[in-house]
Design a protein around this ligand. Structure first.
Ligand SMILES: [Zn+2]
Length: 129
């Protein structure tokens, strides 16, 4: 079974190749200045097609989390969560911590991991004490 992310467009391809280098970036519209996550080829605000790449915040706020069993790409069981990136929006992501260490509203930091099928993906984790 092919478990590689479904690459929809050149913005998504660039996003995943940036992740391979540990970079966490998205697109910002040169016309209206709006940044969006996930990265876009066309601005959803003004339909502009001139995009530039900007760094995403490498820390965010944990809004929600859960534990998933029988994931396709992840270790099992796997913790997943929704992380708010200030000024950008929310990222659905792997959380690199056990459920009992997590609290709604806590700060979490970006890192990358490589899935068993060799795909670089993002994850967030609480700061280590
Ligand atoms: Zn725009």
């Amino acid at each position: 079974m092919d478990t590689k992310p479904y690459i929809q467009d050149r913005a998504a391809r660039e996003f995943f190749s940036l992740l391979e280098r540990g970079e966490f970036r998205t697109t910002r519209c040169r016309s209206c200045g709006e940044a969006h996550y996930p990265p876009r080829v066309v601005c959803p605000a003004c339909l502009g097609e001139e995009m530039e790449w900007v760094d995403l915040p490498r820390e965010g706020t944990l809004l929600a989390f859960t534990q998933q069993r029988d994931a396709v790409r992840c270790r099992r069981p796997e913790v997943l969560g929704l992380v708010e990136l200030e000024g950008i929006g929310n990222v659905f992501t792997r959380i690199d911590a056990p459920l009992e260490e997590l609290r709604i509203g806590m700060r979490v930091a970006f890192s990358t991991w490589t899935s068993s099928d060799g795909v670089a993906l993002h994850q967030f984790r609480p700061p280590r004490a």
